[in-house]
Write a protein that binds this ligand. Structure first.
Ligand SMILES: [Zn+2]
Length: 352
């Protein structure tokens, strides 16, 4: 596949301090809630019914603020958590995890802002110093069933600790049962799932249609399927987010063939310590554990399992082809290549 082999190049590897944390996310197939009744006509007006859960967990503002809206009118709705609460996710006509969403009034719509109570316990504040807090570290991951806990420690006295709740995971990803846990790592300030996505959707396959390969490598998705495969609160990474990942682990962005990029040395650090053929394993310095899941061509044939891993970006090139990122057993770098959107590649989700 590759017309070059970069094994053996000298590399200056920058080690960057990276905070890692682990949490579990419950995932499963997705369905959409759709509130309201459809209607039409230029003179039609619709209502937007908003509630909060729990009552008192926060407030919601809408812009413009009106009792009825004309068909097609757009309304931006913003959730503001009350003190001691955090916003989690919308339910109803939107299932976004963003606290501000814009809805189009094409029916009478119902929207609920879901908040989660936070609890923070702080040590005695009558001490002789002002606490200097380190980073929050997840001690108990949140799941679909329970809230989690994270803790941070005072750098001046390690016995000073502060804890707070991580909201229980809610939304489509948790609602339909049969969930699978996905741990994540924080690399370069972003939360990346530690393994490839394995949620069955239309236009996704196990390598050679073997469930064992899905368990090991996740599914191979067409680009269109990949765009919406990540669960609520997560998304298919942009090319830029992939760039930041590779650069955060010390991969120097470089050119090949005049126009395309690769990230020198990043593959070695992101690849798993086993599972790559031809002694192509990585050092997995950050827990990203990239595996060579191969790819599916649009003719239904499967290729490169054990040799190459391929991950979609969400970015469509003007050519109609999609830039993706790839790592191989015969190279230590991360490469950008382009692929037809009907091919099947792996998906690694990043948190919104
Ligand atoms: Zn302290």
């Amino acid at each position: 596949m590759r017309s070059f082999n970069r094994r053996g190049w000298g590399r200056a590897l920058l080690l960057m301090a990276t905070v890692m944390a682990v949490v579990a996310v419950c995932l499963s197939g997705c369905g959409d809630d759709n509130g309201g009744n459809s209607g039409g006509g230029n003179n039609t007006v619709y209502t937007l019914q908003i509630s909060t859960n729990p009552i008192g967990g926060g407030t919601v503002s809408r812009n413009p603020e009106k009792s009825t809206y004309t068909a097609g009118e757009q309304v931006t709705v913003t959730a503001q958590p009350a003190s001691g609460y955090s916003f989690v996710v919308w339910s109803g006509v939107s299932t976004s995890a963003s606290s501000s969403v814009t809805v189009t009034m094409n029916a009478n719509l119902v929207l609920t802002a879901n908040f989660q109570q936070q609890s923070v316990t702080s040590p005695d504040d009558s001490l002789s110093h002002t606490h200097t807090w380190g980073n929050w570290v997840v001690t108990t991951p949140a799941t679909c069933e329970t809230a989690g806990v994270e803790t941070r420690t005072c750098t001046l006295d390690a016995s000073h600790k502060e804890t707070r709740a991580i909201p229980q995971l809610t939304g489509t990803a948790c609602n339909s049962g049969g969930g699978e846990s996905y741990e994540f790592v924080v690399i370069g300030g972003r939360k990346w799932m530690k393994k490839n996505l394995n949620i069955e959707t239309a236009d996704s396959w196990c390598y050679r249609n073997s469930p064992d390969n899905c368990a090991k490598y996740g599914r191979l998705y067409t680009w269109t399927a990949a765009k919406t495969a990540c669960p609520n609160g997560w998304h298919l990474p942009s090319g830029y987010e992939w760039d930041q990942l590779a650069e955060s682990v010390g991969g120097t962005k470089s050119f090949y063939a005049g126009t395309k990029y690769y990230w020198l040395g990043a593959g070695k650090k992101l690849k798993s310590k086993s599972g790559w053929k031809e002694n192509g394993n990585g050092t997995d310095n950050y827990g990203f554990s990239a595996l060579p899941g191969g790819n599916r061509n649009s003719d239904g044939s499967f290729h490169n399992e054990g040799y190459y891993g391929n991950w979609w970006t969400d970015t469509e090139d003007t050519s109609g082809y999609i830039p993706y990122r790839t790592m191989g057993c015969d190279e230590d770098d991360v490469f950008e290549f382009y692929r037809d959107k009907t091919d099947g590649s792996s998906v690694r989700c990043v948190q919104n």
